[in-house]
Design a protein around this ligand. Structure first.
Ligand SMILES: [Zn+2]
Ligand SMILES: [Zn+2]
Length: 272
């Protein structure tokens, strides 16, 4: 934790927490309204308590692993030098200067969604404070969480329909209450990835969430700050963004890809 704080203090820039904006973000409100509606319509009576516990464990393992795979993919996505993204990442002056802002405005939005995302991830490694905004980084995780939520709704509809036909009949084949609950837990965990990440870095900016995350960290239910500091240093660890329990497996996949030259260490650093 101290190491994370030191890293951040060395790179402190003007920054305003975005809680107000986040709460006003209608997509977040919409997401939780849909999630609660789906949970309310679940067939809770059709599940045993053991089934619910197993579902929570399995869903959190899968969400952690998928988040790690996605993080690995984005971290090793090449930086686009043709569009000048290297000029942004390796900018020598102050990153809150007008010169940098102008450069950022002229370069950043010229790239594809993945190229912009790859830049944000790499910039966040180097400059955790100035490159991290919970709103800005919400996009990639919100796509995943909304996709899972709509999928759960689709299954729920198939389950509720008395005599389904067509695609609903196909969906009914795996529309078990435990499975739908698992998809909903997956969606909820993925939706909170950026909040968890933000609180791992800056627990005081969201006092209640920060305390909850620290409490969960003591029980090993959220990845430790130390591992995340090592990730920022470029130690090639800590890709999983929720509990961190599946880091060993993602680490194995990373090594497998590195050994075969499918990815290179330079890519993580944004080098050609
Ligand atoms: Zn990373
Ligand atoms: Zn970070």
């Amino acid at each position: 934790m101290t190491e994370v704080k030191n890293t951040i203090q060395n790179r402190r820039f003007t920054y305003t927490p975005h809680l107000k904006n986040l709460l006003l973000n209608y997509s977040v409100v919409f997401f939780y309204a849909l999630l609660l509606a789906a949970l309310a319509h679940l067939d809770w009576g059709g599940m045993s308590s053991t089934g619910i516990i197993v579902t929570i464990i399995v869903a959190s393992i899968i969400a952690d692993f998928v988040s790690g795979l996605w993080h690995l993919f984005v971290d090793y996505y090449p930086l686009n030098y043709q569009l000048g993204y290297d000029k942004l990442l390796f900018f020598k002056g102050k990153r809150d200067s007008k010169e940098f802002m102008r450069l950022r405005q002229s370069i950043l939005f010229t790239g594809s969604f993945m190229e912009q995302l790859a830049y944000h991830y790499k910039a966040h490694h180097k400059f955790p404070k100035c490159s991290h905004s919970i709103n800005k980084n919400f996009l990639d995780t919100s796509i995943g969480s909304f996709a899972a939520l709509f999928y759960a709704f689709f299954l729920l509809l198939a389950y509720k329909l008395d005599n389904p036909s067509g695609i609903f009949l196909l969906a009914l084949l795996h529309a078990y209450p435990e499975y739908i609950l698992g998809v909903l837990i997956f969606a909820a965990l993925v939706a909170n990835i950026e909040l968890i990440h933000h609180c791992v870095h800056f627990p005081k900016e969201f006092p209640i969430a920060g305390r909850v995350i620290r409490f969960l960290q003591t029980f090993g239910l959220v990845y430790p700050s130390k591992t995340h500091t090592r990730h920022h240093r470029g130690d090639g660890v800590g890709f999983c963004f929720i509990t961190g329990h599946t880091n060993f497996f993602v680490g194995y996949i990373r090594k497998f890809l590195l050994d075969r030259g499918i990815i290179t260490e330079d890519r993580w650093h944004g080098k050609p």
